[in-house]
Ligand binder design. Structure first.
Ligand code: NA7
Length: 542
């Protein structure tokens, strides 16, 4: 076994994005020996992997900041919704401030992690053969660690260049003057489409489901304004833990059906103009549960979008008369000039609902109407085997030699979205059965991170070697996650990564806790303060 063997670790963290950096900072401060293994060559997590043109965050700053004062005190953003370049600079700055990199091993993709009962430690191996034996294993790889490209017939025969948005070539890709096809109109598709349309010779967008995108209302930020705002940062960071989605604002408590027509109109307009996710999450309380309320939100959205499109055919394809799914059932993208792009003469929208892809040919994409769309570049903006895919692609074995992949074949089971039974001393953040996609990333990560840090501290201080979730607690949590997920209108979307239905063969069930960040925080905090009910803690492994 390779390096580090002689200095057994207290904690190994997998992933150096927001979660990994936050955990490292706190655990190191407590005096533990901690190491981070990161598959990429630098810090940044999702922003290290996703750097296609236009990649940018859909949460505004400082909501998207880490809440550590030593970070935000001297940092200034230039845009309300920063792009990947600025987010990468933020991670460089984090390193300058917190001296993170000295404890991170880059280019180390974790391939196996086996719990060794004889030593009460994990044996973790990276793809370069490096092995470590940490007591605790914390997986901070986010929900989008495994990209998904559909198995289209003929895909390997394409003679042009093709890339998944999350596997963009490191040296970049010159699209000027090229005929480019984009498959997929999720968050990544919308961003890449609106960014490249003006540069490419011809853009063909292959759309299966229209994105019910809402305006970002991007704004430039200056230092003076931000310095003034900083007086409010502590309140903002506290507040984001107290709201349903982990932002600093809440839905209104009133139901849409109890509001007058003029009240609704003005409320919709206000959220629309303020931008970001407000039209979704600061809207009326019943829009995610009541179809009639949701229909009205859709109608307003449809009319707004149609105003921006010149051609009636495009209006129907991008903002159909009949909603493709309830508004908000799939995550609406935040757009800047997405709809205007389709008015351009060099942009073509291919509606796969009417005319599906038959195959990829050496020269492009053939659709069912017999048209071969000739392309130099194909961009797969086709998403991820989200939430569980990144975890199950690692060979993780717990007690009894069972792999996590086998354990989760019939569906996911976790206790509180933090651990899973029979995998002792292992935790994960921003993954299955947690608020994950139903929350602002850093909010969720800090809530879960704090819980894990306190748990590890509790174990070490009390000389406990072993914590494992009880199966009955796990089943109880699963029941709650499933029941919340079945109540939501979100389950009405045909293909959705929230439910795993975007991946052929994946178990279709709610993969995340949809009961609200503040309720999640309260629940997990109570479990800890009651002495970790639902967990076995002991001095020796059984
Ligand atoms: P998403 O949101 O999963 O979007 C994937 C897109 O790819 C979506 O429009 C899919 O259509 C489309 N898709 C997937 N498979 C196919 C096939 N076989 N043919 C045609 N189109 C296909 O992934 P993103 O990367 O955009 O965003 C993921 C999250 O990352 C996002 O929510 C943010 O939180 C950040 P569909 O809608 O299923 O019909």
């Amino acid at each position: 076994d390779g390096q580090f063997v002689n200095s057994p670790l207290d904690v190994l963290i997998v992933g150096a994005g927001f979660g990994g950096v936050y955990m490292l900072y706190h655990l190191r401060k407590l005096g533990y020996s901690v190491r981070v293994f990161e598959a990429a060559s630098d810090l940044g997590g999702v922003w290290r992997n996703n750097f296609y043109p236009g990649a940018r965050v859909d949460s505004e700053v400082p909501i998207y900041d880490l809440s550590l004062e030593e970070l935000w005190r001297d940092w200034t953003w230039t845009e309300k919704y920063p792009g990947y370049e600025e987010l990468r600079r933020y991670f460089d700055y984090i390193d300058q401030k917190l001296d993170v990199k000295k404890d991170v091993s880059f280019n180390k993709r974790v391939v196996t992690a086996h719990f060794k009962v004889d030593i009460d430690r994990w044996r973790v191996m990276a793809d370069d053969g490096t092995v470590v034996y940490p007591r605790f294993l914390v997986i901070c790889i986010g929900f989008a660690a495994k990209a998904y490209t559909p198995h289209l017939k003929g895909i390997e025969r394409f003679q042009g260049v093709s890339h998944h948005t999350a596997k963009w070539p490191e040296k970049g890709l010159d699209l000027k003057g090229k005929r480019v096809g984009v498959i997929g109109t999720g968050a990544s598709g919308v961003q890449v489409i609106q960014e490249i349309a003006r540069d490419v010779e011809q853009l063909s967008v292959f759309q299966r489901t229209p994105n019910l995108a809402i305006p970002m209302q991007q704004t430039k930020l200056d230092k003076f304004g931000q310095e003034k705002m900083k007086a409010l940062y502590p309140a903002i960071f506290e507040r984001r833990r107290e709201t349903f989605f982990g932002y600093s604002y809440e839905p209104v408590t009133k139901n849409l059906l109890d509001a007058t027509a003029s009240e609704r109109l003005l409320h919709f307009e206000e959220q629309w103009n303020l931008g970001g996710f407000r039209y979704l999450i600061r809207n009326y309380a019943d829009i995610g549960l009541n179809q009639a309320a949701n229909d009205e939100v859709y109608e307003f959205w449809k009319n707004k979008v149609r105003e921006r499109l010149h051609d009636p055919d495009l209006q129907e394809k991008l903002a159909p008369s009949i909603p493709p799914h309830p508004f908000g059932a799939k995550r609406p993208s935040l757009e800047q000039n997405y709809y205007e792009v389709y008015n351009r003469p060099n942009v073509d929208l291919i509606d796969l609902g009417q005319c599906p892809i038959t195959e990829v040919t050496p020269q492009g994409i053939l659709t069912a109407d017999g048209v071969e769309h000739k392309l130099d570049v194909i961009i797969y903006a086709t998403g991820f085997d989200s939430v569980t895919g990144g975890i199950t692609q690692i060979d993780i074995c717990g007690l009894g030699g069972k792999s996590i992949k086998d354990k989760w074949t019939e569906g996911v089971a976790t206790n509180l979205g933090l651990t899973t039974a029979s995998f002792p001393n292992m935790f994960f953040t921003y993954g299955p059965q947690a608020p994950t996609a139903f929350s602002n990333g850093p909010t969720c990560i800090e809530i879960q991170g704090d819980w894990i840090i306190n748990c590890i501290k509790h174990m070490i201080c009390n000389d406990l070697t072993y914590i494992d979730a009880r199966e009955e607690a796990e089943q109880e949590w699963r029941k709650q996650v499933l029941s919340l997920g079945s109540m939501s209108l979100a389950n009405k979307a045909e293909t959705s990564w929230y439910y795993g239905s975007n991946i052929p063969g994946k178990v279709v069930e709610p993969y995340m806790f949809m009961g609200g960040v503040q309720n999640y925080d309260k629940t997990i905090t109570e479990v800890a303060s009651q002495g970790y009910v639902g967990f076995d803690l002991c001095s020796n492994a059984p």
